[in-house]
Structure formats: C-alpha cells, structure tokens
Design a protein around this ligand. Sequence first.
Ligand code: NDP
Ligand code: OXD
Length: 310
Amino acid sequence: MLATGPWRPRPWKAAFAIHADGRPVFAWPQVPDPLAVRYAVVWKPPPEAFAGLDNLAAIFSLGAGVDSIVGSIDLPDVPIVRFVSDDLTMRMTEWVVLQVLLHHRQQRSYDRQQADRFWQPLAQPAASSVRVGIMGLGELGQAAASACAMLGFQVAGWSRSRREVGGIQAYCGANELDAFLNRTDILVVLLPLTDATHGILNRRLFAKLARDGALGGPVLINAGRGGLQVEAELATALDDGTLIGASIDVFETEPLPLESPLWANPRLVITPHVAADTDPDVVARTILDQIARFEAGNAFKHVVDRQTGY
Ligand code: NDP
Ligand code: OXD
C-alpha cells in the first residue's frame, strides 16, 4: 500500500507495479482490504493511513528522513525501514559539492559582477586552506565528507557516536560540538530531525563557527531538515555578518512562504527541497529487494531506532 502524502501517487504506483512481480499495489485511500496489506510505503502519511492495517509487516519510508513518520500517532508496532541507496547518496553529494564550491569560489559575487558588466578578479584561497565541517556523518554525510576531502578541503565530521572515515577528523557528542564548530569555516548539515536536533542551528551555534578562516567568515549549508534551523535567527545572522553566506534546501514551512524575508536575502542560496530527489524506479526496486530478502528469512536493512528517532 502506498500513502504518498503531498506527492502525486501515480508515478510511485506505476514504478511499484512494474517491479512488484504480480503483487497488488494500492494507493491509499483506495485500499479494498486493509487486512491483506503487508507493507506500507509512505511519505508524510496522515495518521489515519494506518487504520485497520492489522497484518502489516513493515513500514517503508519513501525518503531517507523519517521525522514525518516516527512522530505519527497510531503508528503500528512494526519495523520502520528508511530509504538508503547509492543513487540518493550521489545526488546529495552533487548538491553539497555544488554549494561548497559556490561559496568557496565566490560565485555569487561573480554573478553580481556579470550583471553589472564588471571585470574584477577576487583573491581566491585554495581549498586546502578552508575547513569544512559536516554535521551528521551517516550515509549521506560520509559520502559528502569524502567528496569534499577529495577536492582538498580540510574536512571534519560530527555525529552522535564516533565515526571513523578516512581523511576526516571525527568529533562526536555534545562535549565535542564546540571544538568541531570552532574549527569550521563551511558547516554542512546532514542531520536527521529528532527531538535532540530540533532547532540546533540557532544564533548561539552560528556564533561558535570559526571567524579566522580564509573565507572571511563562516558559511552554513543545510540539506537536513528545516526544523533543524531557527529561521528568524538565520536571517539575523546573515544580516549582521555572523554568517557570510548560506545555502538552504529545507525550511521550517515548505514551500517557503511568499512573505518570508529569506527569499530576498542576497547572502542566501535557496533550493526547493531538491538536494537529493528520490527516483520512483530506484525506490521501488530497493524496497522490493528488501521485501524479497525479508520473505527469504533475512532481517530488513536500515531499520529506524524509534528511541533516537532516526
Ligand atoms: P543517517 O541516519 O545515515 O545519518 C544521520 C547522522 O546524523 C549520523 O551520523 C548520526 O550519528 C547523526 N546524528 C543523529 N542525531 C544526532 C545528534 N543528536 N547529535 C549528533 N549527531 C547526530 O541519515 P542519512 O545520512 O541517510 O540522512 C540524513 C538526513 O538527510 C535525513 O534524515 C533527512 O532529513 C535528510 N535528507 C534530505 C534530503 C534533501 O533532499 N534535502 C534528501 C535525503 C535526506 P550516528 O552516526 O552516531 O548515528
Ligand atoms: C528524504 C528527502 O528524506 O528527500 O529523502 O528529504
């Protein structure tokens, strides 16, 4: 059964039908027999989508982030499996590298110069003199960290438990957060939204980022979730120079409301929650592989820990 929330169900239903090997696929709320449903595939599901699914074996998320699922009331007590794939990881790596380089290579300034027909080379530090810090060293964070390290940046990562990734300086937990922030010029955020991370990107945190770096001030890049950032404090930090730039893909309210002052902020690059899109064909194949493994007696991979919320 598919409950695709704000997304149109048609492409998802079509992709699952191709790979389902004859299994019936229903798009909620058109579910003739809820008791026959074994697997629910969801994105921002309304709580009533789970009503009557008494024989459910698992809930699959259509995305990597599960914040809209774990917070749902009346959630059946079955494994929640999140979406992990090389395709999604590579897409996120593309976006992160694009944004890191855009700030590092001062592209916004050159865009303004081009609009003014003004030819003025700017002093350009090397990547090796710029410190990138990745908050969230999971599936997406580790790949982004490795790509930035390959470009020559000095890369560190921060996570809940210590993650050893080649060439990356590892920080973990609340005790090491300040040291991680103090050495970071470009902060890339790939954290999940949980009770522990909600609002973590606030004024106090921005003020702890390095101010002695080669870019002249710190930059924030967030593709985790909008709920991680306090947007009013982000706007102030950009206006008063606490941050010299930012790239934001995710917002407290999506779509970003027309009246938000963030739209007009010249230091901010906005993308509409597209950093890493999930492709219906890849998702359908990945989830049906998981189901085949499970039905052959294996455990699901990438099961969410309901205690930590990710
Ligand atoms: P993972 O679960 O693989 O990684 C999460 C990372 O965050 C882990 O390193 C984890 O630590 C760390 N973390 C979690 N909570 C804390 C905390 N309280 N303190 C410190 N570190 C913490 O997730 P993914 O990498 O697959 O995805 C990350 C997020 O990216 C998703 O949850 C989603 O919100 C977002 N996303 C956004 C997309 C977009 O298009 N904008 C697309 C896809 C995902 P540890 O390693 O110790 O567990
Ligand atoms: C995801 C997303 O979590 O696209 O996969 O935001």
